[in-house]
Design a protein around this ligand. Sequence first.
Ligand code: COA
Length: 433
Amino acid sequence: MSLWEKMYQDKRMTPEEAAALFKSGDVCVSNGQVTEPVELLEALAKRALTEDLRDIRHYILLPLRNQRYMAEEMQPHLHHVSHFVSGFDREAIWEGRAEYLPSHYSRVPSVWRDVLGAPDVFYCTTAPMDRHGYFSCGTAADLSEIRKGAKKIILVVNSTMPRTLGSQIHIREIDGFIESAAPITEVAPPPITEDDKTIGAMIAEQIPDGATLQLGIGGIPNAVAQALMDKKDLGVHSEMFCDSIVDLTLAGVITNGCKNIHRDKSTVTFTFGSRATYDFIDDNPSVEFLPVDYVNDPRIIAQNDKVISINSCMEVDLFGQVCAETIGPKNFSGVGGQMDFIRGAAASKGGKSFLAFKSSAKGGTITKIKPVLTPGACVTTTRNDVDFIVTEYGMAQLRGKTCGERAKALIAIAHPNFREELTAEAKKMHLIF
Ligand code: COA
């Protein structure tokens, strides 16, 4: 038996034994999304209730399952802090059972290092140990560097987690682990609408062969990907690896052959999607999962040429200020890497960034292009950073345009039902005359 196998035997625990490693007041942080250590949190929640452990804080970015820690009864015991709001913690945040911590995704690790301090526990789900004693971080390497200061590291080792290349945690580093064979969470891609396809085709026209892509969350980035099938030698340097990257890679469109850094590899920090995507990334040397403080650093992003960043938002005002996080003051999602990639693309030779969205919401009753942002809405991308805005009615490059030119260009791609009203408001605001 190798030393690593011996350590494996010694550090294997039951969920109850692992839960016993926590104490009241512990501050705990996980890698994101699918790698949340669900079985461990379940055991911890049970113990916290029965033994009255108090004030344990659980930090994660974009949870993808309903979890007991968000229940009312858990609040004195286990409190959730979100680094990016999802459909699973949104309601809890709106009702005061959880909180959101704003930060550019690239800077979350430095928020821990410089402000919050070392966590008591770093935990996450990983792939099984390899023969060299390493557990692959699987579908998320985002916050994996934070473990280096943590007082304890506890893993859930899941046999269905793909073994991705990039960030790994060694058996030497950890205090204990539990095993699981429960299928990891799959997420179906959002349906692609006709409007998404129209928008996707417009953006695809702007993407040159040899470009390096960042594709964000939502139906539109997937629609763009589908419109890229006739391009050549595209590359990927993106926070998220999405299902459509698999299709483009298998079609020979993504080769990563023109990248200046990490050539021949798609470089990302997390994925969630279908089992087919998880099988594709398993043991695949063409994809590397690296920590977000590296992947999303605008200085790293900009080292590739022709970086194309594609994201979405909730609303834009006539100055070009973009809200991608809130509906009024209520947090709907988070900034994620939107600004990281917009700034990275701006600094890349030949780079461009696109914010694309359907021009109206709620069955055409709400315009997403507004005279001013809704009171309470938070600015995600400032008017000084914004580049292209795209709706199903066209594309406006705001960079290089005056305030008046921006207002006119935005009104031209707003939903036709709102253009007259927007023009009248723009006149009142002395933007157009
Ligand atoms: N006012 C009121 N409601 C609005 C609205 C607005 N201005 N804009 C959107 N909505 C509603 C929609 O109607 C929809 O509601 P429904 O689910 O009841 O139909 C819901 O909000 C989601 O809108 P949609 O446009 O479908 O969202 P999406 O899935 O395309 O995602 C973002 C859009 C902005 C939430 C998403 O891109 C995001 O979280 N971005 C932020 C960070 C980012 O870009 N990070 C980098 C990449 S990860």
